[in-house]
Design a protein. Structure first.
Length: 302
């Protein structure tokens, strides 16, 4: 079976945890244990998030007070390499020695006229208190939005149009490698009329990029592993109910939070509708059951 797994940044660094190397390594070890179980006997592509990590790097850039800090596309590349390395390391320690595993630094082409550049809604970095959010908005010029009980920085999240590294991705799969690619949604680039590429300030949503990958490589199932059990109706209220099955038409009937569950449902619906195959959304600890279709929320055309 060919499986694409989108691994949420918050699944790798849980809400409320310190943005530390130790916390991240511990969570990645737990993630690798789950992913290694799924990898046996299957072709697996992993696309991870980077929201907490890229936000941390951006904050460090600001605090360093350097004359010219690195832009978000470069920070995206840094987190793609960092998280990819840690995931690959822990996976290799749990896989048979003969099983190949590779991290592919991946650029994703986006439209420079995407409306997301005028309406940032992708949360990155640590949770902020009211006072800290107000200070960051004034001092750093950040766009800030509420996220649960606090606030976080939000940045543009344009839709991915094309993975630049399609050819090496296919080659690695032909070699039966487990591939970690499009980390953090990929490094956002735009193309000029002559085809030359340049980076652009944004963070591409990893679920949308993962859906693009899953569709392109003809995945049998697309799994979005996060830090919640699945998609809930009336989320955040006493009457919250886990939705076990969704049809892609749900997007015409319901709205979900932008920058969090919204892109996950949208990505799962896109894959199910365009391929006729199954997508699943649920907890990382249930990833094997998500692949089997016995946990979380299944998205499929009935």
């Amino acid at each position: 079976m060919r499986i694409v797994i989108a691994l949420g940044g918050n699944a790798l660094l849980k809400r409320g945890e310190a943005l530390s190397a130790e916390a991240q390594r511990a969570n990645i070890r737990l993630a690798a244990e789950q992913l290694a179980q799924v990898a046996e006997g299957n072709e697996v592509v992993i696309v991870h998030g980077n929201g907490p990590q890229v936000g941390l790097l951006a904050s460090q850039e600001r605090e360093a007070r350097t004359s010219a800090g690195f832009p978000l596309d470069v920070l995206d590349a840094e987190t793609e390499g960092m998280i990819g390395y840690l995931l690959e390391l822990e996976l290799r320690n749990r896989l048979p020695k003969a099983r190949a595993c590779a991290t592919l630094l991946t650029m994703v082409e986006v439209d420079p006229n995407d409306r997301a550049f005028d309406h940032p809604d992708k949360p990155i970095g640590a949770m902020l208190t009211d006072a800290a959010a107000l200070e960051a908005a004034k001092a750093k010029g950040w766009a800030i939005a509420r996220d649960g009980t606090g606030y976080r920085r939000v940045v543009p999240s344009p839709r991915p149009q094309r993975l630049v590294q399609w050819a090496p991705l296919r080659w690695l799969l032909d070699q039966h490698a487990i591939v970690i690619c499009a980390g953090g949604g990929g490094i956002p680039v735009v193309a000029a009329e002559d085809g030359t590429l340049r980076g652009i300030e944004a963070v591409v949503d990893k679920d949308r990029s993962a859906a693009l990958v899953a569709e392109e490589i003809d995945a049998d199932v697309f799994v979005i592993a996060t830090d919640v059990e699945g998609v809930f109706a009336d989320w955040g209220t006493p009457s919250a109910t886990l939705l076990r099955h969704l049809d892609p038409s749900i997007l015409r009937e319901r709205t979900f939070a932008a920058g969090s569950m919204g892109p996950k449902v949208e990505a799962a619906a896109r894959f199910a509708q365009r391929t006729g195959r199954r997508a699943a959304i649920g907890a990382l600890t249930d990833v094997a059951a998500l692949v089997e279709g016995t946990a979380g929320t299944t998205m499929s055309v009935r």
